[in-house]
Design a protein around this ligand. Structure first.
Ligand code: BG6
Length: 475
């Protein structure tokens, strides 16, 4: 695929465009990373002139991009044009096609409701905008279960081959998530230990302090399992657990990830806990409960904790504990690889702690390996041992590098035509298959979420899920 010369944003006046896409594109431009001739055409239902769309973009950039990253805003704004388009009627597409012009390589970004994907793709196809010169990028949610996800994938596949479909999971655009691949496959140290013989269990936590925000309709129809686990957390799990790919290219990496996703064992009923927050003090403020924010009773889970297993040789008997939720005490995303204890301790008086690798994804990007070390001194007979961290703080290790928005990397890869950090159809479908089975289990047993206080780490049953195996969640 060649570099795109035109980027078309559907949903250009929406929230994602305002908070992420336009600021990211501006930041890429400031760093001279966009092709010099790239044009960006925004489309949405509202009637706007090019000038009004540029004003909208300017405000978004001022609000969401740090001032020192903005660069020459005027030059960036000059790339922008706008076409009013109702995706369900044919009219707007002709004008769009005319604006694009002939023989351009196009990248199309859909950040609209998935129910609009099908009519949009049909509209594009009937106006020559879905040919071999164009690629398409889809933003989540890609369905609400396997069936609806397949329907979306089929609709897209009717006009675009898989090599031209870019499914976003914005977690793959995060630096430390990519660093996980570097850590595992650019160092000899970890691979010999990266298996059931040496790893006791893995934890993945994605904690958020926010509540429903303003996404009432969407979130209540989704819940934590579908909103966070189906995509982001399973992608993290796949990167931790996959076999070494033969190269860092889209085919090889995604082949390995999908094998892991297909090897996920069906959960037993006591291997999942769901929760819903109730009001209380959270991070120094009194916040309403989920029901109150929503304005009605609901059985949607805002928290989920799971104990997952991967049925292959490498991971036999190694649980992967996953938990995520809204209104938790901290905004934190981290992966913790807990190694096994040494087989025999020569320090009878010391309590040896197993080594632990903590990969911090946000808010801090850091990698910490905890090791046992001797406490300096000669006061005690023998040795006193204590756990100490071997710490890499990414911003200190690589000074002068600014923190990027995850979408910068993904938009650039879309424009350049590199699919490595995008999700392939078979991955999405394997993810849904596992998630659907969990939801079917909940339905069959009539499981409803347990309440937890806003500002706590979820219902006590989530703590028990790990503790009954002798494991405590990392804090
Ligand atoms: C989105 C979810 O995909 O990811 C949101 O829909 C969630 O509910 C967000 O808040 C979290 O992303 P990040 O990058 O802030 O961890």
């Amino acid at each position: 695929i060649r570099k795109a010369q035109t980027l078309i944003l559907f949903g250009a006046t929406g929230d994602l465009s305002r908070r992420m896409l336009l600021p990211s594109l501006c930041a890429l431009d400031a760093d001279d990373l966009l092709p010099p001739d790239l044009e960006i055409i925004g489309t949405a239902r509202s009637e706007l002139s090019d000038g009004e769309f540029r004003d909208f973009a300017r405000e978004a950039i001022e609000q969401f991009l740090p001032a020192d990253r903005v660069g020459g805003m005027a030059e960036f704004l000059n790339r922008l044009r706008y076409t009013q388009l109702d995706v369900t009627t044919p009219e707007g597409y002709a004008e769009l096609a005319e604006k694009v012009g002939d023989d351009r390589d196009i990248a199309i970004f859909l950040s609209t409701a998935p129910s609009l994907f099908k009519p949009t793709i049909e509209g594009l196809a009937s106006h020559g905008l879905a040919d071999a010169h164009s690629r398409i990028c889809l933003e989540k949610p890609l369905g609400t279960d396997l069936e609806s996800s397949c329907a979306i994938n089929d609709a897209v596949a009717a006009a675009f081959s898989e090599e031209r479909i870019f499914r976003i999971d914005h977690y793959l655009g995060k630096e430390t998530v990519q660093n996980l691949i570097a850590l595992r496959f650019a160092n000899i140290l970890f691979e010999p230990l990266w298996n059931a013989q040496h790893i006791d269990h893995v934890q993945i936590t994605v904690g958020e302090t926010v509540g429903l925000e303003s996404r009432v309709d969407f979130y209540d129809g989704a819940g934590a399992l579908r909103d966070m686990v189906q995509n982001h957390m399973l992608q993290l799990l796949a990167l931790v657990a996959m076999e070494p790919p033969s190269s860092f290219d889209a085919g090889a990496v995604r082949d390995e990830k999908v094998k892991v996703l297909r090897a996920l064992r069906k959960l037993k009923s006591d291997e999942s806990v769901t929760g819903q927050y109730r009001g209380g003090a959270s991070n120094g403020e009194i916040v309403p409960g989920y029901d109150e924010e929503l304005g009605k009773d609901s059985d949607t889970e805002t928290f989920v904790a799971l104990k997952a297993h991967i049925d292959n040789w490498r991971w036999q008997g190694v649980p992967f504990y996953l938990r995520t939720g809204k209104r938790l005490p901290e905004r934190v995303t981290e992966i913790i690889v807990n190694f096994r204890c040494v087989p025999h301790s020569i320090f009878p008086d010391a309590r040896l702690k197993p080594n632990r690798l903590v990969i911090g994804i946000q808010p801090e990007e850091n990698i910490t390996l905890s090791l046992m070390a001797k406490v300096p001194g000669i006061e005690h007979e023998g040795m006193t041992l204590r756990e100490v961290p071997l710490d890499i703080r990414m911003p200190d290790a690589f000074t002068g590098k600014h923190k990027r928005i995850a979408y910068e990397r993904l938009l650039l890869d879309l424009i350049n035509g590199d699919q490595t950090l995008f999700v392939r159809r078979d991955e999405v479908e394997a993810q849904w298959k596992w998630i659907d089975a969990i939801r079917a289990g909940w339905e069959a047993e009539g499981k409803t979420p347990k309440t937890y206080n806003a500002g706590s780490w979820g219902p006590s049953a989530a703590i028990a899920l790990a503790e009954r195996d002798g494991v405590s969640w990392h804090e």
